[in-house]
Design a protein around this ligand. Structure first.
Ligand SMILES: O=C1C[C@@](O)(C(=O)O)C[C@@H](O)[C@@H]1O
Length: 249
């Protein structure tokens, strides 16, 4: 608590042309990093094409760190790669030297550990921040279940624990806030991003600093998650909360 969360802008373009148009729109916006949602591509790229796009994004984004995410359909994304191809894509991203943070889905690690473990180790070796993520777009499980996810993320060596669940009521949002307090106490050295998605969970995006969240996803055009706020509104809300909480900018 007391550290203003970073603003992460997801970029979901159907091809390089659309991605570059999105990057142009970032000019003058307040943000700290971008998330390239690879599963936003209309056509699954060949290895060469994937690397070409990634390198191009790296060049156009200048110093802004890149979080690379390939969200599978199982976790609410558009991705339909099988585990071998998912792993191959992440490996290419790691070896490209263009990525600062990598999202790896907890379910992939749990279900395909032998395949995925070298990816996790390679991330560590290269100093890429490992974001282990879990999503539930249908609802918010019990606090016990949420805690068990976070425990597994820690066990698999996450630098950032990321959980996004759909809130159907205010008590779901409060559950996610309670989770953040528990988990940040358990491992203060790790970063957390806990989101209650949807309108009932909006407070978890605005109150990210209060929850000790490392970052907040904010939208450029259409958001990539229910309840995601536009960049300007996110930045204003984070500034205001930072002041209210009595910390200096
Ligand atoms: O996992 C997340 C969180 C998110 O779903 C959101 O609701 O802000 C947006 C996604 O792009 C990101 O990968």
């Amino acid at each position: 608590m007391g550290i203003k969360p970073k603003i992460c802008v997801p970029l979901m373009g159907k091809d390089l042309h659309e991605l570059n148009a999105l990057i142009k729109k970032l000019t003058g916006a307040t943000f700290d990093l971008v998330e390239w949602r690879v599963d936003g591509l209309e056509v699954t790229p060949s290895d060469q094409e994937f690397l070409r796009i990634l390198k191009d994004l790296r060049t156009h984004l200048g110093a802004a760190p890149i979080l690379l995410t390939y969200r599978t359909a199982l976790e609410g994304g558009n991705g339909d790669l099988d585990p071998e191809h998912y792993c191959n894509l992440l490996k290419m991203a790691i070896q490209s030297g263009c990525v600062d943070l990598l999202d790896v889905e907890l379910q992939m690690i749990e279900n395909h550990y032998v395949l995925m473990n070298p990816c996790l180790l390679e991330c560590k070796k290269r100093g890429i921040e490992l974001v282990i993520s879990k999503h539930d777009f249908k609802g918010t499980p019990s606090l016990k279940v949420l805690e068990s996810w976070a425990d597994k993320m820690r066990y698999f060596g996450a630098d950032v624990l990321k959980i996004a669940v759909m809130a159907e009521s205010k008590s779901d949002a409060l559950k996610v806030m309670a989770l953040s307090e528990l988990e940040n106490k358990k491992s203060p050295e790790l970063q957390t991003v806990f989101i209650a998605m949807g309108n009932a969970g909006l407070i978890t995006r605005y109150a990210a600093e209060f929850m000790g969240s490392a970052l907040v996803f904010a939208s450029l055009d259409a958001g990539t998650g229910p309840g995601q706020m536009p960049i300007k509104q996110t930045s204003d809300a984070l500034d205001l909360l930072h002041q209210i909480m009595g910390f200096e900018n």
